[in-house]
Design a protein around this ligand. Structure first.
Ligand code: ASP
Ligand code: MG
Length: 457
């Protein structure tokens, strides 16, 4: 079996979906399980609908709902223009939109939006896209079964950012997919969408469709997981920020996980983990250039040592925690990290000295409650306007001269925290945000021109 996930831009409109169906049609011998995102920008629109409804702005809620309905009914009409299935497909789209309208209007009249209802609203993007694409595939002669992700993708009840229940997923998914395959050429389901053990709707968090694909791949023991997107694969750095980046033909699971975690916007950061469990290769491919090689994400032994990526997070903060009472009190660190974890603020880099701990957090995290609690027993200074840069590659921490090569181009700027990952894959540090562009460009030029000269110890 093969899992093929298509992101929002690969299903954005008539042309994109036509191309996507053509790609799927070429792989029917591999028994594809197709996982789709919402059409591009639709999840954002659903967030706006839920905000408008929660703030009881009835006119805006109605206007946005109408936009959403029009985009999907038009698309279904266009894709199925020549098909006997057209009326049925448009009716189905309208039925999904009717249900959404009534939930949104109920929220609007109450002015109250629970996370549970929000997850129901937000998940409609994937229901709509998968429904339309299933009809379009069938109309083109690919016998396709539509599967509701809520029949198999079991999660906990953090409705808006649910965590998968691996055991339950492993138990349920193979049976559901096998049954769906009966007499069919392909199966299609939604990314991003989950369900609690009690049948309550959840979603996996923004960008979660990649994660869904990888979880399904793991559960059905897929031979590979394909993540179809709008770029030719994974690059050495974000080309919107850095010039002269290159494509990477292959990277390791570990490198990919670090890149995703440390800012590269290619894959949802948790995507790698389920694939690693079963050693299933992941391919990042371009639906606008399907004959390209893409990037293969493989087991470590297939990957050479050396730098693969300069990744970065543009907006972070450094929280410096000082306490003279910290010395020799083993409970101090525990207490500090308990506070972060209770407030669900996730920490990236950590560095400690005898009387000080510094950590970095994403600037979007709500840190006020953390700072308040820490201030009860420590002095806390928060540095804003910082960026975090990570150099990532197999064994780089062990490569001779690597630290020197990383820091030579940075002579002119302040470097605040330096951390070498215990896994040898990552050297990270913090700089002032206003220096970020220059730092990543210099670093990329320097590392990718000279990388051949590095030797292993
Ligand atoms: N549609 C969801 C989002 O935009 C999930 C995804 O596309 O991966 O976040
Ligand atoms: Mg995505």
């Amino acid at each position: 079996m093969l899992v093929m996930k298509f992101g929002g831009t690969s299903v954005a409109n008539f042309e994109a979906i036509t191309r996507t169906i053509f790609i799927i049609g070429g792989k029917l011998d591999k028994k594809p399980v197709v996982v789709v995102s919402a059409l591009s920008k639709v999840t954002d629109l659903l967030y706006r609908i839920s905000d408008a409804a929660a703030s009881r702005n009835e006119a805006e809620t109605r206007e946005l709902l109408a936009q959403l309905r029009k985009r999907h009914t038009d698309l279904a009409g266009e894709l199925l223009a020549q098909s006997v299935l057209k009326d049925e497909a448009v009716a189905k789209v309208n039925e999904i939109c009717d249900n959404l309208d009534s939930i949104a209007m109920a929220v609007c009249s109450l002015g109250e939006l629970s996370d549970r209802n929000k997850a129901i609203i937000i998940s409609n993007g994937e229901y709509l896209s998968s429904t339309i694409i299933a009809y379009a595939m069938n109309s083109k002669g690919i016998r396709t079964k539509w599967v509701d992700a809520r029949s198999m993708m079991v999660t906990n009840n953090s409705y808006m950012k649910a965590e998968p229940d691996m055991t339950a997923i492993m138990e349920r998914v193979p049976g559901v997919i096998a049954d769906a395959y009966d007499g069919m050429d392909a199966v299609i389901t939604q990314g991003f969408i989950g369900v609690t053990k009690d049948g309550e709707p959840t979603v996996l968090g923004r960008g979660g469709s990649d994660y869904s694909a990888s979880l399904i791949g793991m559960a059905v023991d897929a031979e590979r997981i394909e993540i179809w997107t709008d770029v030719d694969g994974v690059r050495t750095a974000d080309p919107r920020k850095v010039q002269n980046t290159r494509y990477l033909e292959k990277i390791s699971f570990e490198e990919a996980a670090e890149m995703a975690h440390f800012g590269a916007k290619v894959l949802h950061p948790l995507t790698i983990e389920p694939a690693v469990r079963k050693s299933i290769p992941i391919y990042v491919l371009n639906s606008m250039n399907p004959s390209g090689k893409g990037t293969a994400i493989l087991r470590n032994e297939f990957i050479e040592d050396g730098v693969k990526s300069v990744s970065f997070k543009e907006n972070i903060r450094v929280i410096n925690i000082f306490s003279t009472r910290m010395i020799n009190t083993s409970g101090f660190l525990r207490r500090v990290f308990e506070i972060f974890s209770e407030s669900k603020v996730s920490v990236d880099l950590i560095s400690t000295s005898e009387a000080n701990i510094s950590v970095t957090v994403d600037a979007a995290e709500r840190i006020e409650p953390v700072v308040e609690q820490l201030s009860e027993f420590a002095d806390v200074i928060v540095d804003d306007d910082k960026s975090q840069v990570s150099v990532i590659g197999k064994n780089i921490v062990r490569l001779n001269g690597m630290l020197k090569k990383t820091f030579t181009p940075l002579k002119k700027c302040n470097v605040y925290m330096i951390s070498q990952g215990a896994s040898f894959v990552n050297i990270s540090f913090v700089v002032d945000r206003e220096e970020l562009s220059e730092v990543v460009q210099d670093l990329h030029d320097h590392l990718f021109d000279q990388v051949e000269e590095l030797e292993t110890f």
